[in-house]
Ligand binder design. Structure first.
Ligand code: MTE
Ligand code: MO
Length: 247
């Protein structure tokens, strides 16, 4: 997908210090608006320098909310479902993008239809899933976005089991949405019939959908307004996150 030249110019204006010619070219050559390519795939998150949570001996995904009974799905059930693979770029709302990542796992829609849908309360209209990681990170995703064809429960990255930096033992991968929806160490899904109340303050309020091509970075401020503010957070968060890396 190519971006309009208007966007290329704007990105060029915001390039300061470390900005290189290639950043601008890459942005104009297929990254979503306001994103810049990084080398490799850094560990990044609100965990900062805290090490990743230990993987339980027998990991489960707890399913709660609008279900007839609480279900704890052992991760082993994923091996009974058809496997799928996608190659996609990964976009953090702060403005960095890692390119060409190969994820392997189970399509989220396949998982949902096979294991969650049969457990739903009869007549319930599901609007959102609230997903949580073992470290306590959580994000709500609309049912429409989470059932999109490119959403995966990923267990492998670039032909190896997910490491602790990137979400072992399983993570949600939704390449069309910013990183904050891509919950690492996924351990719980609450099935909801209405949007959850936001727990974030007004300043850093994530957009409820976070679609990268629409540049839905912030709850109410336009994407390009928050770009420079978010971008200034990349360096310190990357530094701290790498200090907590165990790989
Ligand atoms: N469990 C958990 N998942 C998380 C986060 C986190 O702090 N904890 N941070 C999110 C953010 S903001 C980003 S950009 C990506 C970073 O993923 P990575 O560390 O694999 O690069 O994870 C997302 N998922
Ligand atoms: Mo992020």
């Amino acid at each position: 997908m190519t971006q309009p030249s208007r966007d290329l110019t704007l990105t060029g204006e915001l390039v300061v210090g470390g900005g290189r010619e290639t950043d601008q070219v890459m942005t104009g050559n297929g990254l979503p608006p306001g994103q810049r390519r990084v080398e490799g795939f850094p560990r990044f998150g609100t965990h900062l320098s805290r090490p990743a949570p230990a993987v339980p001996l027998a990991p489960v995904i707890e399913v709660r909310g609008a279900v007839t009974a609480h279900v704890d799905l052992p991760l082993a059930v994923l091996s009974d479902l058809p496997r799928t693979e996608i190659t996609a770029d990964f976009h953090c709302v702060a403005g960095w993008s890692a390119t060409g990542l190969r994820w392997e796992g189970v399509s989220f829609e396949t998982f949902y239809r096979a294991l969650i849908e049969p457990a739903l309360l009869p007549g319930a209209t599901i609007t959102h899933l609230l997903c949580r990681g073992l470290d306590g990170w959580k994000a709500a995703v609309t049912i429409e976005d989470v059932l999109a064809a490119d959403v995966l429960l990923a267990q492998n990255l670039n032909d190896r089991p997910l490491d602790s930096d990137h979400g072992a033992p399983v993570r949600l991968v939704s390449p069309s949405q910013y990183g904050y929806i891509n919950i690492k160490h996924l351990c719980r899904i609450d099935v909801l019939t209405a949007a959850p109340a936001t727990t974030e303050g007004p300043l850093i309020r994530s957009h409820p959908r976070g679609r990268v091509w629409e540049e839905e970075r912030h709850g109410f401020l336009p994407g390009r307004v928050v770009r420079p503010i978010y971008r200034s957070l990349i360096r310190p968060i990357r530094f701290l996150s790498s200090r907590g890396s165990r790989s």
